[in-house]
Write a protein that binds this ligand. Structure first.
Ligand code: SF4
Length: 348
């Protein structure tokens, strides 16, 4: 199903809409805006006719976030909203494990991943067979798995967590268990062990997975930035190394970082994470100053408007997320456990 071209009037209105979202402040030229507007107009038209919804992770390109996304958020928020959507089709703008999570929560819906290269180094660091081996080595220890994992790995896990809810959920589990296996992020595991005062390797067992984006930030440059920008608040994602985490002002997930910026009155902020969050913060808080210290995730940036339009006009089987029914049933349980434990966290 191909979409028609917008009229001059429609194109001009769409270009103005993108401009109003602050894309020019992020460096988009008039030509960029017009090129994007032609695509966003077509995608938004198809969305209506196909009863489709587009969730987008906050690391996605700004033209996706402001041009076509129906909701944006971190992994937790997206999985929660995907479980509530009434749309018939989900065009997931993020990476493969997120689209798989959407499929697990919406098995009856068509879930499309626009860019096949949208993987994740953390997700690819571990297989279901690896999890079974770790479980055999640590019998009785609950397996807490970061949401950045494949459906097969989730299916072998007891509870799924995100960077935002991992500390609270782990704290609850430690009330009943002496040892927990945390997979697959080695850095986040080390940060959790420190925050929860647990012995790494004994009370908290980790895997060797790393995020290629957050693993690369340099703790030694933090002191220099503090001198250059007096009063700067430095916020780091919990996938960063313990060395970096020990010298910043706040550690957490992307949602926590945005909430911190919203409430704080600091003269400037440095968001140590993927560059998409800084772009989003600049458009959301235009009066605040952001010091650049970010890296691009090649997986997150693999999705463009062209790929979204292509997958909506001519979906191919390779872009359609298909999972065996038994994996969906098994993987759903630890995700629902996360929802339950997170809700409890809020109520307490
Ligand atoms: S930023 Fe890191 S964790 Fe997120 S998708 Fe990219 S590689 Fe994976």
């Amino acid at each position: 199903m191909t979409s028609r071209e917008p009229s001059e009037k429609e194109l001009s209105a769409e270009t103005d809409r993108l401009f109003e979202h602050g894309l020019s402040d992020l460096g988009y030229t008039d030509q960029d805006l017009e090129r994007c507007a032609r695509l966003t107009w077509k995608i938004n038209s198809l969305k209506k006719s196909q009863q489709a919804v587009i969730p987008a992770h906050v690391y996605q390109r700004a033209e996706i976030i402001h041009g076509v996304a129906d909701f944006i958020g971190d992994s937790y928020k997206l999985s929660k909203l995907c479980s509530e959507t009434k749309a018939r089709k989900i065009v997931f703008c993020g990476v493969r494990f997120m689209a798989e999570t959407a499929k697990i929560l919406n098995p009856e819906k068509e879930v499309l991943l626009p860019a096949l290269e949208a993987g994740c180094s953390l997700s690819e660091s571990i297989t279901a067979a690896d999890v079974r081996q770790v479980k055999a080595k640590h019998p009785g220890a609950p397996v807490v798995t970061y949401i950045n994992t494949s459906a097969d790995v989730k299916a072998e896990s007891d509870v799924i967590v995100t960077s935002a809810n991992a500390p609270q959920i782990m704290k609850k589990l430690y009330a009943k268990h002496d040892k927990i296996v945390f997979l697959p992020d080695e850095m986040m595991g080390a940060n959790l062990a420190k925050a929860l005062d647990k012995k790494l390797g004994k009370e908290l067992i980790t895997w060797k997975g790393r995020c290629i984006v957050h693993d690369n930030f340099d703790a030694s440059s933090v002191a220099l930035y503090r001198k250059m920008y007096p009063g700067v608040k430095i916020l780091a994602h919990s996938e960063c190394s313990p060395g970096l985490v020990s010298v910043v002002d706040m550690i957490g997930g992307t949602g926590d970082m945005m909430k911190f910026v919203e409430k704080s009155k600091a003269p400037s902020y440095m968001l140590v994470t993927e560059c998409g969050l800084g772009d989003l913060a600049r458009t959301k808080f235009p009066g605040k100053v952001f010091v650049p210290m970010c890296r691009l995730c090649p997986y997150m940036k693999a999705t463009g408007l062209e790929q979204i339009l292509r997958v909506m006009e001519k979906p191919s089987p390779t872009h359609r997320i298909e999972l065996p029914a038994d994996i969906i049933a098994k993987a759903r349980k630890p995700i629902e456990r996360m929802f339950e434990l997170s809700e409890d966290t809020v109520k307490l």
